[in-house]
Write a protein that binds this ligand. Structure first.
Ligand code: SAH
Length: 564
């Protein structure tokens, strides 16, 4: 919950805007004096937004400050509504992120002074892993450019960190039970899966004790626990469900026949009779692959009602396939931006890399190549992800539209995680410039016959022509390919009037953007090049006040059907 505190009318207005935008996230403290409000919110909320001077807030919270791991994150918004200052709890309390969110919502400038964020090194406590040890010391060393060594027991996709193999400071990436020494942080990757079996009514204490003792005896850290796994029939077994909740990890269940198919060292008859698989704990832990670190172990209670087994999953690389949008920075989605900064390896066409180079974190390894190297880029991206890296493969517009997503995913097997980030594709960017040409059914057709035989392209153009579908041509014309566009337009003209509107948009959303609304009868193909898309209307499309408009359909237009 975010506590909101304001004192003046200006503050209250901004306060109300936040409250209206985030009804489920905020609680207003406007019924008590400001001092009491801050003190109450500080203990009751995870975060505070104070529409007060920083000085006033500092004085009020100073006596309450405890530990940066547990204190709430506090953001101050000034009376003039110019700045959202992340005051305390920048990382742990999420104040930096909150300042940015508040800034975006209220149109005020976020002010973040935390060292790592300020110089763009990811905070060690924001990597999504539990972290132990000297976080501030190692962060400062990274910041000062001192030698920091990375010692990783497991390959896990990290964002770029300026690290080497030697150094006074160390970052350890391990699931082993080790105490961080001086100048050392330990990052806990989510590598461990504990398979659990339990008889009906097994007490939660018994299950929990078994799991924590087993991990400890094996020298493994519970902070690296990724999930508990069991058989479907035990999905509601209270002892297991509560143990997972207590450990703060998800409980994943699998069908008995899937477990029965797993080869395990210690099968037995009891679970076979009860739930239909000779192994629950070992099989459930092993189902996703990995190394069995602890074979089936029974609890020490008498009679023993629970079993468990521990598996270490192999590190999984991460491939983000990221659409950059048509060109303009504000048409690049925040999610795309996040993935670019999350990646330690970036793969893409050189001109697209240029488009976003300033967003990358220092230390990002950039693998750029020229036009035509698609296959190689796809292979490189997948190979890097297989090595356990966090990879972003970029494409303009949407990376799945005539772009890199399909060749990359055709290469990839299920040993990597894949994340897709949609982007504004050229057809949509152009449509927004032209008006509303895509108001009814529409297709995109690429006129490039480099990889597709012309007969196939022509058959599709003809089908669209006959079906009266709005068509957007990608790759419409290049120096060496100049007859395809006139031919495609001629096919459409067999079914559409010469007066049918045609929109030509070049360099949509880029500095030298241009667009023209013309007709099927008078389009000059010479005005079209590879930086252009051409959208041809259907028989109902009209030029209305210079805008290209395709009606949504007759029934809707006569008002009988009002749905959007
Ligand atoms: N993945 C891209 C398309 C790649 S195919 C996307 O989703 O937009 C390349 C073709 O896309 C170009 O020949 C051109 O026809 C079109 N295109 C890409 N960006 C464009 C832009 N900003 N303006 C106009 N056309 C564009």
């Amino acid at each position: 919950m975010i506590g909101l505190i304001s004192a003046t009318a200006a503050g209250a207005a901004a306060h109300d805007r936040l409250a209206a935008a985030w009804p489920d996230r905020v609680r207003s403290y406007d019924d008590v004096p400001v001092g009491d409000a801050v003190r109450r919110a500080f203990v009751e909320c995870e975060q505070l937004v104070c529409f007060l001077a920083t000085g006033a807030v500092v004085r009020l919270i100073a006596p309450l400050l405890g530990d940066k791991a547990t204190d709430p994150g506090v953001v101050c918004v000034d009376e003039g509504g110019r700045f959202a200052v992340s005051l305390v709890g920048g990382h742990g309390g999420g104040a930096n992120e909150l300042a940015r969110e508040v800034g975006e919502l209220l149109g005020v400038e976020p002010v973040v002074t935390t060292a790592t964020d300020a110089v763009d090194i990811p905070g060690l406590d924001t990597l999504g892993f539990p972290v132990e040890g000297d976080v501030s010391g190692v962060s400062r060393a990274l910041l000062d450019g001192e030698a920091v060594a990375l010692r990783a027991d497991v390959e896990w996709p990290l964002p770029p960190l300026k690290v080497g193999t030697e150094g006074t400071y160390t970052i350890r990436l391990t699931d082993r039970l080790v105490e961080p020494g001086d100048g050392e942080v330990v990052l806990r990757p989510p590598t461990l899966v504990v398979g659990v079996g339990a008889s009906k009514g097994a007490p939660v204490d018994e299950v929990l004790t078994l799991i924590t003792d087993t991990l400890r005896d094996a020298g493994l850290s519970p902070a690296s626990l990724a999930e508990l796994a069991t058989v479907d029939a035990k999905a509601d077994e209270p002892g297991i469900v509560e143990a997972a909740a207590h450990l703060g990890v998800p409980l994943v269940t699998h069908p008995a026949d899937a477990l029965a198919a797993i080869d395990v060292p210690n099968p037995s008859d009891a679970p076979l009779a009860a739930v239909g698989t000779p192994s629950v704990a070992e099989a459930a832990a092993l189902l996703g692959g990995g190394e069995l670190l602890v074979p089936k172990r029974k609890s020490t209670a008498s009679p023993a009602m629970a079993t468990c087994a521990v598996v270490r999953r192999p590190g999984r690389g991460r491939l983000a396939v990221v659409g950059l949008g048509p060109g303009a920075r504000d048409l690049l989605t925040p999610r795309a931006k996040g993935e670019l900064r999350r990646a330690s390896v970036l793969v893409g066409l050189d001109q697209y890399v240029d488009q976003i180079r300033d967003l990358l974190r220092p230390g990002t390894r950039i693998l750029e190549s020229g036009l035509g190297a698609e296959e190689e880029r796809a292979r490189t991206a997948v190979a890097e992800a297989r090595r356990g890296q966090a990879v972003a493969l970029i494409g303009s517009g949407d990376a799945g539209v005539y772009a890199m997503a399909s060749p990359a995913l055709a290469e990839a097997s299920d040993d990597i995680d894949v994340v897709g980030v949609p982007g504004v594709t050229a057809a949509l960017a152009a449509a927004a410039i032209l008006g509303a040409p895509l108001g009814h059914d529409h297709v995109s057709i690429s006129l490039s016959d480099l990889h597709t035989p012309w007969e196939v392209i022509e058959r599709r153009v003809r089908a669209a022509a006959e079906a009266d579908i709005v068509v957007t041509f990608y790759n419409p014309r290049s120096r060496g390919r100049d007859w395809q566009l006139p031919k495609a337009l001629a096919i459409l003209a067999e079914h559409r009037e010469p007066t049918t509107p045609v929109g030509v948009v070049r360099q949509a959303s880029r500095p030298d953007e241009s667009s023209r609304l013309t007709t099927l009868g008078s389009l000059d193909p010479a005005t079209v090049d590879m930086m252009t898309v051409v959208t041809v209307g259907n028989t109902a499309t009209r030029d209305i006040a210079g805008r290209m408009v395709t009606p949504r359909g007759y029934r809707w237009q006569t008002g009988r059907e009002g749905a959007e």
